[in-house]
Design a protein around this ligand. Structure first.
Ligand code: GLN
Length: 458
């Protein structure tokens, strides 16, 4: 724990942590030492972790990366972090993120962008100074794990925010099946899509962390009431005979040769490990991204209505209550969050509900059905690229056109729309020296298969 606290202090330029809690960490570590000395303690006893600042932590400021929550200190602890402390984990602090988890590059945080520890290599072999993004929204989590500023981190994934940052930083991230982890005490973005999960340095670490984070919780009515398997047992288990679907619709027009080659390499590795490879079709794939960017903002606009300047954080003074709301929300929310609230409010409005929101929900059902049919035909898991490109430099994408940024999520949003588990593992390097990841999509509540297959690739 002390070594991690020192490393965090030396790595301020990466801007991974919004709040550091070294005293709390050392007190927890001492208590863990005492337990371990008596050969007691939980599965995570004494392991120092970083917590995405979307998880409410009792007595420790929780901001969701937003000015509007600055100074908010929860009086309660999220269920997932409660589970981690129960098993002996130590909290190093709260990790930076895109504001309200909206973004793919960690450039929208009120607390400034997170910088990836990775650097690009030029054609001349020289390392460039350009600051590389760690992905988003869990960019503080992915950068901190990659830079050894924690052993593992919590993250959340609404449209790819665990998996895309993992791919961008050469780390492992799993978004479990919707309902596997409790959402209680995690600041809501789009409640029907949000899931908690870990980012870690290896498949085994991710399996160990997820087992601790997951489990039924009466406080979240969408949480799944079944025992959590010992995921670590699946790491290294044989994948012989597993049927791996390769969806032809993911071979996008204009896919880079590098990403196509990475995907082929993944297929070759799984075949060598004894898996059977089968081409499949998920015909509604191309509608997933536009439908996601209706459903997610719709739910966000509703969830974010609670930030009124009265109940939490920032409060501006106004001449009357409406003026107070207006001033607080105008100043408290950043540009991307305001854009999402406007899109969401529009697609839910009486005149447009049927044309946009209802249609997007129907598309969602069709996307889910595509996966159901593939699984019913015997497919055990699906292999795809994690992202359409390697990480990019700060300011390079999306500054004039937000859709350019949204396109990053093209391979990940389908999984949230269908509520399925998705694992991203590091699988190669781009020609400019940055990590590339592959994604494995599983059957509902069969995360074990993903851990076995992920280990075979990793
Ligand atoms: N990049 C996506 C978005 O901005 C996904 C974010 C997430 O998964 N939290 O909505």
């Amino acid at each position: 724990t002390q070594a991690h606290i020192d490393a965090v202090a030396r790595a301020k330029q990466l801007n991974c942590y919004i709040v550091e809690t070294p005293e709390k960490a050392l007190a927890q570590a001492k208590a863990s030492d005492a337990k371990l000395a008596k050969a007691e303690g939980g599965a995570l006893e004494g392991l120092p972790l970083g917590i995405k600042d979307l998880y409410c932590t009792e007595g420790v400021q929780t901001t969701a990366g937003s000015h509007i929550l600055e100074g908010f200190v929860p009086q309660y602890e999220s269920t997932v972090t409660t589970n981690l402390w129960r098993d002996g984990a130590v909290m190093l602090g709260k990790l930076n993120l895109d504001e309200f988890a909206m973004g793919s590059s960690n450039e929208t945080s009120y607390f400034g962008p997170v910088v990836s520890p990775w650097r690009r290599k030029g054609a001349d072999g020289k390392i460039s100074d350009a600051k590389i993004v760690p992905g988003g929204s869990s960019g503080g989590s992915s950068a901190a794990v990659a830079a050894h500023l924690c052993l593992g981190a919590t993250a959340t994934d609404t449209g790819g925010s665990i998996r895309q940052p993992a791919a961008f930083t050469g780390t492992v991230g799993i978004k479990p099946t919707y309902g596997r982890c409790s959402r209680w005490g995690i600041v809501a973005f789009a409640s029907s899509l949000d899931q908690a999960g870990p980012i870690a340095r290896t498949v085994r670490d991710a399996a160990i962390l997820l087992r601790s984070m997951a489990g039924h919780d009466a406080k979240d009515t969408t949480s799944f009431d079944a025992p959590v398997p010992d995921y670590e047992k699946s790491v290294g288990a044989s994948v012989k005979g597993k049927v791996i679907g390769i969806p032809k619709e993911y071979r996008l027009d204009g896919m880079s040769a590098e990403i196509a080659a990475l995907w082929d390499q993944g297929v070759a590795w799984l075949r060598a490990a004894g898996a059977e490879i089968r081409e499949i079709s998920l015909p509604h794939t191309r509608h997933a991204l536009p439908a996601y960017y209706i459903v997610a903002p719709a739910e966000a606009s509703s969830n974010l209505a609670r930030y009124d300047g009265i109940r939490y954080g920032l409060r501006k003074t106004g001449k009357d209550i409406a003026d107070l709301y207006e001033k607080t929300r105008a100043e408290g929310f950043g540009k991307e969050v305001r854009r999402r609230i406007m899109i969401g409010t529009y697609v839910l409005s009486a005149g447009y509900y049927d044309a946009y929101y209802l249609r997007a929900q129907k598309i969602r059902t069709l996307i889910k059905r595509d996966f159901d049919l593939a699984y019913a035909a015997g497919v055990d898991a699906i292999l795809t690229p994690a992202t359409p490109s390697p990480a990019f430099a700060q300011g390079e994408k999306g500054s004039s056109d937000p859709v350019e940024m949204y396109l990053n999520d093209v391979f990940t949003v389908t999984v949230n729309m269908a509520g399925l588990p998705g694992l991203v593992v590091p699988a190669g390097m781009s020609s400019d020296g940055l990590p590339l990841g592959l994604q494995l999509i599983g059957r509902p509540f069969e995360e074990e298969t993903l851990f076995s297959l992920g280990e075979a690739i990793e």
